[in-house]
Write a protein that binds this ligand. Structure first.
Ligand code: AHR
Length: 514
C-alpha cells in the first residue's frame, strides 16, 4: 500500500512538473521602471526609397499626398503612434550639409548620395520637411548631426535654425523660409557610426571630438535636447568603456547599433523570403543576442555611471537580409516575414526588460529599407508583419514594466536550442495590464500558465494574435493581408490570479487584463 501511494505521489509530482513546465510569474505590485515610449522609435534615412518615393512623393505627385507626404503612409504611421523619429541617417548624416535642404525648392542643389547607390537627390526633403513631418506624426525629432565631414559651426547654425527664438541670423533665415516658431527638437546625435562610415575614428579620437561638438551643442541649444554620443558597433565593448571613461559628462545618452544577420555573415546575409527552418532559427537566435549585448554594455556603463544618468539608445537595430531580386543593392529594399515579426517582438521584450538603462531604440528603417514597417510599389502600399508587431506592442509605451520570470521549454533544432517563449508585461496609467507573448516554435502550440502576484485581475479584456500559415510568410502587393492580426480567444481565466494561454506556433500575442 505504502509502495503504491509513493508511486502515485511520484506520478502526480511528475505530472505536475510537466504540466507546469511553461510558467510566467508576474509581480503586478512590483513595477518601478517606466518603459520609455521611445523604445518604440523609428529611423528614416536618405537611403533608397525611404524618403524619396517613400514618405515623400512631392506635392505634384499623382500619388495622393498631404503637402508632399504620401497620404497612406502618413495615416499608417499616425496609427502606429511613432514616438520618435531619427533622421537624416545613418551613414548619410555624416555627408549631409543641412543648408542644401532649405529654402525655395528650385534653389536647392542636387547632391549625390555617396553611401547609398550613388543616387542623385534634389534635396526637396530637408529640415523643414522633416520637422513638419514630426509634428504631423506627433513624434519627437532625433537629429543626427554631421561630425564626420561637417564642422562645429555648421552644427551650431543648424541648432539655431531649428531651435532658436532669438533675433539671430539662422532663426531669421528660418522665419524667411516660412516658419516663425522654433521646432521642439528633443534629441541631437553627435555623429553616426564614427568608428566606420562616420569618419573611421578610434574611440579615443572620437571621444575628444564628441566632447568638442557636444560642448558647443550645449552652448547653443542649452538643455533643449539630449546629446547622444555615437556608441558601439555591436560587441565592441571597448568603445563603450572609452566613451564612458572620457566622455560621460559630455553626453546624455550613448548609442548602440546591432543588426541581426540570419545567414553566415555580412557577405552571406541570406534571402528575406523562401528560407527554411535553419535560417528561421538562426535569425531568432541572433536576434536574442540583443539581451546579452545590452546587459554587457549596461554593466560597463554602470561602472562609470551608477545613477544611470547616461541613457543607452539602441538607435539602429533589426534584421538585415539580401535585397529583393531586381532592386538596387545599395537601396537595401528587403521583404519582411513572420520570422521578422518574431525578431521584432522578442527584441522589444528584451528592450522593455532593460528599461532602466535603455531609453530609446530605433528600428532600421521606417519605410522601404531593411526591416521596414511599410513597403511601397508605385501607388501600392503594404503593412509588414513587423508593422503589426509595433502596433500591438504600443500598449507598453510609457507604461510601468512589471517584474516577471519565465520558466519555459526550449525550441530545439539539431543540436541547438533557444527558449521557446518570449514575454514582457506592463501596467498602464489606467491600471490595465498588458502581457506580450511570442511562441518561437514553428511546429507546435504551447500552453502557458500565467500567475499574477501582488494584485489580481477581474477579466481578460482583449487579446490579439499575429501568426501565419508559414514562418516565412510575407505580405505582398498582391496579397497584402497574408499576415495580419486577428482577435485571440485562447486565453482562459482560471482564478483571480491565474490564467492559461495556448499560444499558437510562430505567433505573437498581446493580452489586456483588468
Ligand atoms: O541602416 C543602414 C545603415 O546601417 C546606416 O546608414 C548605418 O548607420 C548602418 O551601418
Amino acid at each position: 500500500m505504502k509502495k503504491i501511494s509513493l508511486f502515485l505521489f511520484i506520478l502526480l509530482a511528475a505530472f505536475t512538473v510537466k504540466a507546469q513546465v511553461n510558467v510566467l510569474s508576474i509581480d503586478v505590485a512590483g513595477g518601478k521602471t517606466q518603459i520609455n515610449k521611445n523604445i518604440y522609435g523609428q529611423f528614416a534615412e536618405h537611403l533608397g526609397r525611404c524618403i524619396y518615393d517613400g514618405i515623400w512623393v512631392g506635392k505634384d505627385s499623382p500619388i495622393p499626398n498631404v503637402n508632399g507626404y504620401r497620404k497612406d503612409i502618413l495615416e499608417a504611421l499616425q496609427a502606429l503612434k511613432v514616438p520618435v523619429l531619427r533622421w537624416p541617417g545613418g551613414c548619410f548624416a555624416d555627408t549631409y550639409h543641412w543648408k542644401d535642404g532649405i529654402g525655395p525648392l528650385n534653389q536647392r542643389p542636387q547632391i549625390k548620395n555617396v553611401f547609398w547607390g550613388g543616387t542623385v537627390e534634389d534635396n526637396s526633403f530637408g529640415t523643414n520637411e522633416f520637422l513638419d513631418l514630426c509634428e504631423l506624426l506627433k513624434c519627437d525629432p532625433y537629429i543626427s548631426a554631421n561630425v564626420g565631414s561637417g564642422t562645429v559651426v555648421e552644427m551650431v547654425e543648424w541648432i539655431e535654425y531649428m531651435t532658436s527664438d532669438d533675433d539671430v541670423p539662422m532663426a531669421n533665415l528660418r522665419r524667411k523660409n516660412g516658419r516663425d516658431k522654433p521646432w521642439d527638437v528633443k534629441f541631437l546625435g553627435i555623429g553616426n557610426e564614427s568608428w566606420g562610415c562616420g569618419g573611421d575614428m578610434t574611440p579615443e579620437f572620437y571621444a575628444d571630438l564628441m566632447r568638442q561638438f557636444s560642448n558647443y551643442a550645449k552652448m547653443y541649444g542649452g538643455d533643449k535636447f539630449d546629446r547622444i554620443g555615437c556608441g558601439s558597433n555591436g560587441s565592441d565593448f571597448n568603445w563603450t568603456k572609452v566613451l564612458m571613461e572620457k566622455g560621460r559628462n559630455n553626453m546624455d545618452g550613448l548609442s548602440l547599433h546591432y543588426y541581426t544577420i540570419a545567414g553566415e555573415g555580412w557577405n552571406n546575409k541570406s534571402a528575406a523570403t523562401g528560407f527554411g527552418e535553419e535560417l528561421y532559427f538562426n535569425g531568432l537566435k541572433k536576434g536574442l543576442y540583443m539581451d546579452e549585448l545590452v546587459s554587457k554594455h549596461s554593466s560597463i556603463m554602470d561602472q562609470y555611471d551608477r545613477d544611470k544618468r547616461v541613457d543607452l539608445l539602441v538607435d539602429e537595430w533589426g534584421i538585415w537580409t539580401d535585397v529583393e531580386p531586381g532592386t538596387i543593392p545599395g537601396h537595401l529594399f528587403q521583404q519582411n516575414s513572420m520570422r521578422d515579426a518574431l525578431i521584432a517582438s522578442t527584441t522589444l521584450d528584451i528592450l522593455n526588460k532593460h528599461a532602466d538603462r535603455v531609453k530609446m531604440a530605433n528600428i532600421a528603417q521606417i519605410v522601404n529599407v531593411l526591416q521596414a514597417m511599410i513597403l511601397t510599389e508605385g501607388n501600392k502600399m503594404v503593412l509588414t508583419p513587423t508593422y503589426h508587431v509595433f502596433k500591438m506592442y504600443n500598449v507598453h509605451q510609457d507604461a510601468t514594466l512589471l517584474p516577471s520570470s519565465l520558466f519555459c521549454e526550449q525550441y530545439k533544432l539539431g543540436n541547438d536550442q533557444i527558449p521557446a517563449i518570449s514575454s514582457s508585461a506592463s501596467v498602464d496609467k489606467n491600471g490595465k495590464i498588458h502581457v506580450t507573448l511570442s511562441n518561437l516554435n514553428p511546429n507546435k502550440e504551447i500552453k502557458l500558465e500565467i500567475n499574477l502576484s501582488g494584485k489580481g485581475f477581474t477579466e481578460i479584456n482583449s487579446g490579439t494574435v499575429l501568426t501565419a500559415a508559414a514562418f516565412n510568410a510575407v505580405n505582398t502587393f498582391d496579397k497584402p493581408e497574408a499576415v495580419k492580426p486577428v482577435a485571440f480567444k485562447n486565453a482562459k481565466k482560471l482564478s483571480d490570479s491565474k490564467l492559461e494561454v495556448s499560444i499558437p506556433s510562430k505567433s505573437v500575442v498581446v493580452l489586456e487584463l483588468e
